[in-house]
Write a protein that binds this ligand. Sequence first.
Ligand code: CP
Length: 298
Amino acid sequence: MKPRHFLELAEFETAALRDMLDQATAFKGGAANPPAAAGKTLALLFERPSTRTRVSFEVAMRQLGGHCIVLSDRDMQLGRGETVADTARVLSRYVDAIMLRTDRVRKLEELAEHATVPVINGLTEASHPCQLMADIMTFEEHRGPIGGQVIAWCGDGNNVARTWVQAAVRFGFTLRLACPDACTIPGYLLDWARREGGDVSVTSDPRQAVAGARCVVTDCWVSMADDPKRDCRPLASFQVNAALMALAAEDAVFMHCLPAHRGEEVSAEVLDGPRSLVFEEAGNRLWAQKAILAWALG
Ligand code: CP
């Protein structure tokens, strides 16, 4: 039987994602831990740094009665040229699930092709589905069902923005992205969203994207897969600040997956202000990932 990989939101039916979110909410409300993960081991492989993903997965697995082994590529033969396929075959003999954070999505795909245990996407240069599960959960806790709502993204068309596109299609909300032409959303993803019946549009005008939106989202200028010396000047006019938030719906919330850079992609006033849900999002990573683990190991 094929393992229950959690790789991309686009690969799931809406009902399956909704079941995971319901389970996440139940866990947060104190629901009993299912026996699925008890005594099991999750390998957490990091080729890039992490605070939230690492700690929330580790705590989630412990709460489920299992445990984790945390490895960086520097700790493993993977960092000295052992193939991803061989790593997958070996780890599948020791552990019950593998989470990978990498800046090469092909590695994640290769791991999933060759692993006989579930593989979870802990972020690639192309997507961050665990983050979006926590984000949808957070929006709905504060503003009700996300279906039919208008969400605005301002800034880099990066991995998180691209996962918001997948989420818009699967959860049925309108997504307006404002991105500089130099780092916009790839055409193939917009074509996919259109084919799937999604309501996703891209503009280079943040004011147009944010007008009337119920939620405004951004992310840092330099993502982990980017050249740290990239030219960020085109992103400066996409900053989410009080003037931009004033164009959104009166009860609009602000979201950011963190880590944030105050004064760059978002002003301190917005990030630390009353409309900001950023720490609620970070907190919900635990519950969303606990639900993903329960599904994958169930
Ligand atoms: N948002 C997020 O994935 O945070 P970390 O990089 O700290 O895991």
